[in-house]
Design a protein around this ligand. Structure first.
Ligand SMILES: [Zn+2]
Length: 243
């Protein structure tokens, strides 16, 4: 590892928030009221199963609002504050735990659970509580057009250009708490690597896209991320003292 990186980019995923008690709703056991995220995060559900979809995201919003950042979020916020280079965060998580931990400039490529938008006037609003399919839009007043402001399967990511710019300028890319299954985000490691970044994965299991990483460190985000952040700060400190 280098002593000081000019720009470190973290990509965080469900595993990052798991220790804050937020379930992933994906894969085995990831069920809520018998439904997986694959059943509700679709354009079909938005068109034909709005009640179930809104119920699911209302539940998720309540859980996320009650959750607190864990050691991984706090370590990353601390790293942003103390590191002599730039530290950016791209997250696939809908929760606001990075912000609660006082991280800056978090890029939510899959959207935010605390927002909804109107398909009639395109305005994005903050959801302070549950939202309902027939709710009138607070902006244009038309009913039946609001939806959670999240990226559904098959929809393009939010902030794609911004993410691409970050991946271009990164000299260290760290995927933390993400198993590399969901594209396009799973392609970020390969992109960063092609652009010349050192790529590291910190995850509970070997990520699906493991070939894109120079190093894979297995373990919980709450253990791995603080250790990794400490190492980065220690290396930067050595470099500073040598100057
Ligand atoms: Zn509207």
């Amino acid at each position: 590892m280098k002593k000081i990186y000019h720009h470190i980019v973290f990509l965080t995923g469900a595993g990052f928030s798991a220790e804050s008690g937020l379930a992933t709703f994906r894969g085995n056991g990831g069920l809520w009221n018998g439904c997986k995220v694959e059943d509700v995060a679709t354009k079909e559900a938005l068109a034909n199963n709005r009640n179930k979809m809104f119920d699911f995201y209302n539940h998720l919003r309540r859980e996320a609002a009650a959750a607190e950042p864990n050691a991984a979020h706090l370590a990353l916020a601390e790293l942003q504050k103390k590191y002599p280079g730039e530290v950016s965060i791209i997250t696939q998580n809908l929760d606001m735990l990075h912000e609660k931990a006082k991280s800056q400039n978090v890029v939510h490529i899959h959207g935010q659970i605390n927002q909804f938008r109107c398909l009639n006037c395109n305005n994005v609003q903050t959801a302070r509580g549950d939202i309902f399919p027939d709710m009138p839009c607070p902006c244009c007043g038309v009913r039946g057009y609001i939806r959670p402001n999240i990226v559904l399967f098959g929809e393009p990511l939010f902030f794609q250009q911004q993410a691409a710019l970050l991946l271009k300028s990164a000299d260290l890319f760290v995927a933390a708490g993400t198993s590399g299954e969901i594209y396009p985000a799973a392609g970020f490691a390969g992109e960063a690597k092609e652009n010349g970044a050192l790529t590291v994965a910190l995850n509970l299991t070997i990520p699906k896209n493991h070939l894109c990483f120079r190093t894979v460190v297995l373990g919980k985000a709450g253990d791995n991320v603080p250790k990794f952040a400490e190492k980065l700060l220690a290396l930067a400190d050595i470099a500073r003292r040598r100057r």
